[in-house]
Design a protein around this ligand. Sequence first.
Ligand code: NDP
Ligand code: MG
Length: 386
Amino acid sequence: MAADPDRPLSSRGVAILGSTGSIGTTALRVLARQRDRFHVAALTAFTNAGLLAEQAAEFGPTYVGLVRNGADGAHPGWGSGDACLIEAAVRPDADIVLNAVVGAAGLDATLAALEKGKRVALANKESLVMGGALVTAAAERGGGELVPVDSEHSAILQCIAGRPSTEVRRLVITASGGPFRRWTSKQLENATLADALQHPTWRMGRKITVDSATLANKALEVIEAHFLFGLSYDRIEVVVHPQSVVHSFVEFVDGSVLAQMGVPSMELPVLYALSYPDRAADTGVPPFDPVELSPLTFEKVRARDFPALELGTQAGRLGGAAPAVFNAANEQAVALFLEGAIRFVDIPRAIESALGRYSSAPAGSREAILDADAAVRRHVQELFRC
Ligand code: NDP
Ligand code: MG
């Protein structure tokens, strides 16, 4: 794992947390084409030792971490345990930390990297939703920088292009509508896991695929936009756009509206989060053909049938612990749904119950947020215990 002597001096080191997942593998595809600009400094995974070893052999990082680096098949020389995310995130040879871990497990690494003054290319939206104030404060203290990987937020960043938030009237975040866009509320009562995992436009990890079906993902994205761009919730809206070609709109105070478009591929927002504010020449994304992609259509969100969006937005407005409560209830309910233990429609019910009980929990520190997170997970588990 020695550093490559042929590496260009200007090359920036990238630590990828969650390199074996959907975003992690997408990022490595991008980086394989960008060896002049970037090199892989560190890689981490949770359990997938086989793929991690292949990635390490191909990209030669100076650090490899496997959270569950167990006795059977332990890899000597690899970091292990929860600490390996932090170890990878604060390495001196990592200029950019791509946080592509799923869920609350990503929080500490986001905080640690920002405290160390790194750029965090943030796919792990859950860390910003849980700990928005803490994450923002860590960036201010450490001089770190948050750059979104989420396609909608990447679109907004590209449209805002450095203009002050006082010039922005409104953000309109697009949502594909997920696999259940046309399902009636009666049909939703019987939606199965297999149905929920059939996303029409994006191939992603299981948790975010379910979040896209409930629209909890859009709620997480509304809260994410609030913290990233400093706009109040009444200036952030959601519209359904089934083709996932317009990645979001920004309306400015003069009435002009900018949108960023492209074929639905995460390669572009991943590359932009690495190269921002520059644009790196890249051949990975297929050419844009508006005729081929047409028609582009837009619809209202069916808020009553997909209550997670409104619940999450309300949690955002409430502030304090409420976004962390929303996130934890959703994560726990999705985990139960993925195990086959609860129904699809139980997910928003769990969120509503948790918000009713824990929204005003203390939220002033990392420990308080993690306490609320743990209490909410127990609450959701108990809710469905027969
Ligand atoms: P995946 O489930 O495909 O990948 C998750 C990655 O994190 C894997 O490398 C996994 O390792 C690792 N991991 C899982 N649990 C833990 C844990 N407890 N501690 C440390 N590492 C862990 O998820 P996605 O790539 O789809 O999503 C990652 C993040 O990016 C999420 O926050 C999601 O919301 C966000 N995002 C994803 C998009 C997408 O297109 N996929 C689009 C926009 C945002 P292992 O493989 O060993 O299990
Ligand atoms: Mg998104």
